[in-house]
Design a protein around this ligand. Structure first.
Ligand code: ZN
Length: 323
């Protein structure tokens, strides 16, 4: 019997974690956390219930990560504290995870194994093939899982966009190939699936950002998700086009940008990027600040700028803030 057991993440945002089990063979897809609801006072974050996986611990051959969002990898440190499993993920996902493990002071000999789109991985009775998907976190993959009973497709988080950066476009051909072969189960969910229509494309967002940013007098401050590397690259390109220096501010954004730079997922020339302490050396109309807090998270850099509690940046009248 094939068992597919979600330990979280269905019908809720966050806590994505799923166990695949066939006989004595099992593996896990993602281990995410959830940020607390308003009623969960005093709680920093929520992690999935790991009792079941503790019971089948000796059968689990690894944890496979689809992408670098917190709701998919945030609980990995807690999982590894329970059981030291090999971890599989793409370079960017593993880069973000490595940093997270350091922050948790987790210096176990963790085995982090790099996978890439269209590569194959055997885990016990299962054979996995990774499929590139486009998502707001770069370097995401879906998984085609060959089980002894048939094929299961786990899409991960994805969007279908034909104008996104090369190499980051959802590999619809691969999905179609599997579709023709026959699929036992498709596991796919989508935020806002009930809403009709399309979301605007990356290209349109880029064009709009460019239009808003051009000809402004003061500084431009843009709030983004730290893992939205593709969007950050768009802003960097705009900054270059309108001769502004880029400042990254906020711990999570600085971390992910450094990882992305090291791995070549983001291109920014050295002379374009300046540190927050250099901000006074340039006129306001030559600065773009890329920061976190686009959803109004109370502790994020943008909220601190807005409330006047940010150490280096106070929002001025002429500044343009883009969320
Ligand atoms: Zn995601």
């Amino acid at each position: 019997m094939l068992k597919i057991i979600p330990l979280g993440g269905l019908g809720e945002i966050g806590l994505n974690m799923m166990v695949f089990e066939y006989g004595e063979s099992a593996f896990i897809v993602d281990a995410g956390l959830m940020f607390p609801e308003d009623y969960m006072l005093g709680i920093d974050y929520v992690i999935p219930d790991m009792n079941y996986i503790k019971q089948i611990k000796s059968n689990i051959s690894g944890v496979v990560l689809t992408h670098a969002h917190e709701d998919h990898i945030g609980a990995v440190p807690y999982l590894l504290k329970e059981m030291n499993l090999p971890v599989y993920g793409t370079p960017f996902t593993l880069g973000v995870l490595r940093k997270k493990l350091e922050e948790h002071g987790l210096f176990l000999p963790v085995s982090l194994n790099q996978i890439s789109p269209r590569s194959i991985l055997e885990l016990g009775a299962f054979e996995l093939e990774f499929i590139r998907v486009c998502h707001s976190a770069v370097d995401g993959v879906g998984i085609a899982i060959k089980t002894p009973l048939g094929l299961v497709i786990h899409t991960g988080d994805f969007k279908i966009s034909h104008t996104s950066a090369a190499g980051m476009i959802t590999d619809v051909n691969k999905f179609a190939q599997y579709g023709e072969k026959g699929v036992l189960a498709l596991l796919s969910d989508s935020t806002n699936v009930e809403k009709e229509g399309y979301t605007i494309s990356d290209q349109e967002v880029g064009d709009t950002l460019g239009r808003i940013s051009t000809g402004r007098k003061g500084r431009i401050i843009i709030g983004l998700f730290a893992s939205s590397i593709t969007r950050i690259q768009q802003v960097v390109d705009i900054a270059q086009a309108i001769n502004r220096k880029v400042v990254f501010n906020g711990r999570s954004i600085e971390t992910t940008v450094n990882i992305a730079k090291e791995l070549g997922y983001i291109n920014i020339s050295e002379e374009m990027e300046i540190g927050i302490e250099q901000i006074g050396e340039f006129p306001d109309e030559e600065i773009i600040i890329i920061t976190t807090g686009s959803q109004g998270e109370p502790m994020a850099a943008l909220a601190r700028m807005a409330s006047g509690t940010h150490k280096q940046i106070k929002i001025k009248k002429e500044d343009t803030v883009i969320l």
